[in-house]
Design a protein around this ligand. Structure first.
Ligand code: ADP
Ligand code: MG
Length: 444
């Protein structure tokens, strides 16, 4: 009886969602989910991959909570299992078997394709590098190293390369891994004594996509194994694409590893400008069957500016809202729905060079006029470099403009200062603390 109620909870949820999703959305994301088990404590769902799970939780957690049993925390008590045992190694084709297309169970987010990637000045270069590599794997830049902040589309671009290669180079063996998964793979295979099989698997790939290499930092034993795999592939001209939250030189990895990563092309993924953010909002909402008027798209883009994932969260929220209430969206309603998100964005209040100078002068106990001046006195020069470093980090403006506000310095002086301080704070704890303190004073 009770089980029956829970089951009907899931089917009620399905019915409810189906009437509120576009049919493509439903087919792609919801229909593949299977109910495996349900009890009063827990609902077990089988998903084809982790993305479906994330999609469900990102978009419908609250709705799920209305239909399914809850945990103490108020979240829905759902457990996920990913379908099909991972058959990667056992289905490994012999290397000579070149006519048979290799079986592929590569895990790529279906929406992360080049078609769905919106271009703008901040990502044009890295996108065209990615397209180049996907079109001619192993023949242009190798490795391609993509770095940039959280939620700016690195994984999206990485998976786009994967999709493209699968579609256009059917004979190539492609695999996409997160660095965490690679490490777990090593651990599992060591345990089951199948490490040679695993090594063979990776070393027989034609294209390897590696997400979030920063997680290899401080994992010495794994770094060595990774580096060996990496070199083997590179030496055979097999394509490697890596993403990271920092450029190679700032990663705490061996010199050998850093040198290898810098060997090909290092490309930066920047924060999208206003127009690009608007285009992303329009595109994401159309995918979800919602037409957001330009004026509203600009309004959102002006308030959420440093993370595309947050922008996407905002669009999801608006979609959910407009499914429940058929009201027209206007700025007032949007502001109400997105108020928390706007607040977090608003707390990053606009930072000016003046406020940085003021805070630096206070922490380093020097005069603002000295920081802006020409003095080469050691303490003053350091304070000036820290101010320049923070200005580049915190102000979203052209380097030339920022440099000019420091008493007419050039942008190469600014870059030099930035590089120097970035390096020094890695090694110098005191300086790191001082910089943090300045930053906190500016932000509050
Ligand atoms: P990262 O790996 O850099 O943290 P992701 O690739 O996971 O970021 O991107 C976060 C979200 O933002 C994804 O849903 C992605 O589709 C979206 N996104 C980021 N940049 C773009 C872009 N230029 N065009 C379309 N969507 C984007
Ligand atoms: Mg990512």
């Amino acid at each position: 009886m009770l089980e029956c109620e829970v089951k009907s909870g899931w089917s009620q949820f399905i019915e409810f969602i189906e009437s509120r999703c576009s049919s493509a959305e439903f087919e792609n994301w919801i229909a593949p989910i299977r109910l495996v088990e349900s009890s009063l404590e827990e609902t077990v769902l089988e998903v084809p991959n982790i993305f479906v799970q994330e999609y469900l939780l990102d978009n419908f957690k609250e709705v799920l909570a209305d239909f399914l049993p809850l945990k103490g925390s108020g979240d829905p008590a759902v457990r996920f299992v990913v379908s099909q045992a991972d058959a990667r190694y056992s289905s490994l084709p012999a290397p000579i078997d070149a006519d048979e297309p290799p079986p592929s169970d590569i895990k790529l987010n279906p929406v992360y394709t080049f078609d769905h990637f919106i271009e703008g000045p901040s990502n044009q270069f890295v996108k065209s590098a990615a397209v180049g590599v996907a079109a001619r794997p192993g023949k242009s830049y190798n490795p391609l190293f993509i770095h940039g902040g959280v939620g700016l589309g690195k994984t999206h671009l990485l998976h786009s390369i994967g999709h493209y290669v699968l579609e256009h180079h059917k004979k190539l063996r492609v695999q996409s891994i997160t660095t965490e998964a690679f490490i777990n793979d090593i651990v599992d295979n060591l345990r089951s004594k199948s490490i040679d099989k695993m090594k063979r698997f990776y070393r027989n790939l034609d294209v390897l996509l590696v997400d979030d290499i920063q997680f290899l930092q401080n994992r010495l034993n794994f770094e060595e194994e990774f580096c060996n795999t990496f070199e083997t592939l590179l030496n055979q001209n097999k394509q490697i694409i890596i993403t990271s939250d920092k450029p190679p030189g700032q990663l705490k990895l061996s010199e050998r590893m850093v040198a290898r990563m810098e060997w090909g092309l290092v490309a930066h993924m920047g924060v999208p400008d206003l127009e690009t953010r608007v285009a992303i909002i329009k595109h994401k909402s159309e995918l979800r069957g919602l037409n957001i008027p330009n004026q509203i798209a600009f309004f959102i883009a002006e308030h959420i500016y440093n993370n595309v994932r947050q922008i996407e969260g905002a669009v999801n929220r608006l979609c959910a809202h407009s499914r429940f209430a058929e009201s027209n969206l206007n700025e007032e309603i949007v502001e109400k729905i997105l108020s928390e998100m706007f607040q977090t964005a608003a707390s990053h209040k606009k930072v000016s060079v003046e406020s940085i100078l003021k805070s630096v002068a206070a922490v380093f106990e020097v005069r603002i006029s000295d920081v802006k001046g020409e003095s080469r006195h050691k303490e003053i020069a350091l304070a000036r470099q820290v101010a320049m470093y923070l200005a580049k980090e915190m102000i979203d403006d052209s380097l030339m403009k920022i440099a000019a506000s420091f008493g007419g310095k050039t942008h190469s002086t600014l870059l030099h200062a930035w590089k120097k301080v970035s390096d020094q704070i890695q090694a110098n704890e005191t300086l790191r603390r001082q910089v943090q303190l300045v930053r906190r004073n500016i932000e509050t």
